[in-house]
Unconditional design. Structure first.
Length: 219
């Protein structure tokens, strides 16, 4: 099977090289989607051994994942793995993530975080996102906002990413349900550091994400 790791990144110079190196210990093919970074993210990723596709401006997580999935299809990848650039995901768990797809039991695998160590506001955000995804799209998932996931070739071909920002995680699950894809959850470890906790969701982002999900459902 042909595997491709996709790492969306925006101003991740502090961590991207180490993340790429650790992923390449598991999988040789890594593409970093540099989403309009103003720092040395792209250069450091290339030096660490990744291929880099750069957006001219910051377009958002959804746009970066869309570009990454397009790259996976162009390379005829059988399984695409997505993970965050801030170091919160452990690349050593990639084999666990891809196993249900490799065995023919899943089309989409979601790495579910335990929640331990996450700040209260993040736990609230994740709970609301889970509830909204269930309410708007009828999808039940323990961790809708997890960025650590694996997609089969069928999933890559079926899932249409139309949103540009954080709401993409729920959109992927909605698309999986629309196409009757088999979704499996596996537990993962999350590595919380001061750096990774400084990234990601805020209250304002949560409001924007909720509004975008509502628009996605209506239109």
């Amino acid at each position: 099977m042909r595997y491709l790791a996709i790492i969306p990144a925006f101003n991740e110079a502090e961590t991207i090289a180490e993340v790429v190196r650790r992923v390449r210990e598991i999988l040789p093919d890594v593409v970093v989607i540099d989403d309009g970074s103003s720092d040395a993210t792209a250069q450091l990723a290339r030096t660490a051994g990744a291929d880099v596709v750069s957006h001219c401006v910051n377009r958002g997580l959804g746009a970066a994942l869309g570009t990454g999935m397009a790259a996976a299809r162009m390379r005829s990848a059988d399984i695409a793995i997505t993970l965050d650039a801030d170091g919160q995901h452990d690349p050593a768990e990639i084999p666990t993530l891809i196993a249900p797809i490799a065995s023919g039991d899943a089309d989409l695998v979601i790495g579910v975080r335990s929640g331990g160590g996450a700040p209260f506001h993040r736990r609230v955000f994740h709970g609301i996102a889970n509830a909204m995804t269930r309410l708007l799209f009828g999808v039940r998932c323990s961790d809708t906002q997890s960025g650590f996931r694996a997609c089969s070739r069928r999933a890559m071909e079926c899932i249409e990413i139309r949103t540009n920002r954080m709401e993409v995680s729920s959109e992927i699950l909605a698309e999986a349900a629309r196409h009757d894809l088999r979704v499996v959850e596996v537990p993962i470890r999350t590595i919380y550091t001061a750096y990774s906790l400084s990234k990601g969701q805020s209250f304002a982002v949560g409001i924007k994400t909720a509004w975008a999900l509502l628009l996605r459902r209506l239109f």
